[in-house]
Every structure is written in C-alpha cells, then in structure tokens.
Ligand binder design. Sequence first.
Ligand code: TXA
Ligand code: MG
Length: 329
Amino acid sequence: MNQSDQTTERLDAETAGISRAAELLQTGQLVAFPSETVYGLGGDARNADAVAAIFEAKNRPSFNPLIVHVASLKAARDIAHVPRWAEPLAAAFWPGALTLVLPSLGVLPDIVTAGHPTIAVRVPAHPVALALLEAFDGPLAGPSANPSGRISPTTAEHVADGLTGRIAGILDGGSAPVGVESTIIGGEPPTLLRPGGISVEDIEAVLCEPLRPHSPAQIPNTPGQLTSHYAPTASVRLNAETAQGKEILLGFGAIKGEQSLSPSGDLREAAAQLFAKLRALDRQGRPIAVAPIPDHGLGRAINDRLRRAAAPRHDQHTMTASKDLSQGY
Ligand code: TXA
Ligand code: MG
C-alpha cells in the first residue's frame, strides 16, 4: 500500500466517485478528499494498518497525532468525551474549520493519537467530505494530503503532484474554499493550539472569554512547531513593501506586487489563495517577498503559515533539511 507504483484513481465528486472512495477506504486503502480547509489524506481511523499507511504515504518521519473527521457531533461522541467547554464551540462551528482536542474514549487504535489521552476531532463543512463520511460510515483519520515537507494541497492537482502512485484514490472536489487548515482548540481552559480557518475573534465571541495562548507542552510530538518547517524551496521574506534584487513580490491590498494574494485586501480571498500562490511562485526559482498581512481574523492564520515558510531551515527532527509545515501541523 505504501509503494510508489500504486495506481491512483482520480474520482469525480459525484455519487459513483464517492461510493468508490468509500469502498477503497473500507478495504483499508487511502483516499485524498476535499475539505473546506485543505485536502485531507483519508484512511479508516479504526484500522491501525490504514493509519500507519498514511504516515508512510506522506513520508512523515514521526507519528504526529492525526485529526479524525466525523460526520456529526453525535459521531464525535463515539470516540471522544465532549466536555462542557467544547459544547458551545461544536454547536457554533461544526460542521466547519474548527478542530477540538478532546479527551479520547480510547476506542480507536493508539497510532491515531500517538498514544496521547486526547484526540483531535473535526466535522468538516465541505459537502463532498460529508457525503464521503456518510457513505464510509465511520471516522476518517486525515492529515493534509501532502508529502511531509511540502505545502498543503488546496486542489486535487496539488494532491496528485505529491502523492500519485502512493495512494489509492483522489476525490476531486475543486478548490478548497477556505485555503488554510482548521483552527485547533484544546482544553482546559480553552487554548489556541493552531490559528486557522475560524478566527480567534469568532471563537472568543462564543466562549465569552479570551483563548489562552498555547504552551509547547500541550502539543504532542511537535518539537520545533513554533519556528520551523514548511516549504517553498525559495527563501521567503515577510512584511516587504517592495521587491529587492531578484525577489518576486507577492502583494496584498495597496501593495500590488507581481502577483497578489488579494488586490482588494480581502483576508478570506488571501487565505484561499495562499498555498496555490506559494506553489506557483516557488516554481519560478526566485526568492519570494510577501507584503504585510493584517494580523486579525484569518490574517492570523495566514501570518502563522508565512512565518513558518520564512523560518530558517534546520534539520533537528526531520530526516532532510527541508522545512515542513505539515510536520508541525
Ligand atoms: O484543516 C485541517 O485541519 C486539515 C484537514 C484535512 O482537516 N488537517 C490537518 O491535519 O491540517 P494535520 O495532520 O496536517 O494537522 C493536525 C495537527 C497535528 O500536527 C497536531 O499538531 C494536532 O493537529 N493534533 C492532533 N492531535 C492532537 C492532540 N491530541 N493534541 C494536540 N494537537 C493535536
Ligand atoms: Mg499538515
């Protein structure tokens, strides 16, 4: 299953394609699926071999805990305890780009949580992801569908670039509309573990209290998460007003650039464009400069991913010298 000469079926996000994807998943094979945030690499979370195959297909050097996707809050209760702090968040944001780290009921194999007592759970909002979860009828483990060390995929084409020959199928649901990964909240008290597709402001409005910033101890098996990884091969310079030397400037709002994340200064558009633009710019082989992005709303997640892209490379815990967002995330 982890060989790189596997046939990778390209599946349309219609009834037949979704049924075929569910059938592959039921036999322990891996299928990439669209979600509203980024494409996920799905495997049966009840099947330890399928989950191990996810790590192999991504070439992930360590067993980071995975997010488990379920169809509903009711299905979440089959695998996790939903404490009082989490109830209003699930009610407000599920289905959606919010992952909750909850006490695990221990019903899934340990490899899913890397042996931790908590489990990360999300109900995705994408209609194709929900249709797949319904057809599959079980929990789906799903990290971002990119090889370790590469940018998260927001289209089926991005997935195919990285994982063709390594997975059984790719369910094509078009471009992921949000474009950055989910916000991750752990408890207790409720703590921001990763900024993402639901803004901190919106979450705090539901909680009626500020989210705590995380401490590294709350994030298992993710050394270097704060500074490292993620990987255009080109160097990345942030908060640039103009290009210097050979740099190609990625603009935002009034700063035009050779390309722009959003000419009108719309943070939603910028998030949706971010990974595809970085991939495209990286192919040009020039250093990348990025205009300042306001640090509120979705800008917080965009700046988090950009800081990782710009962080100095180091190879403390990856087997190569590449930076890797997906290693931390
Ligand atoms: O939007 C998303 O979240 C996408 C889509 C496919 O759902 N998934 C995604 O998964 O970004 P991944 O594996 O790339 O990032 C999940 C991160 C892990 O790296 C880890 O830091 C955190 O979630 N995580 C998982 N389980 C955890 C736990 N029990 N405690 C704390 N953090 C956890
Ligand atoms: Mg990832």
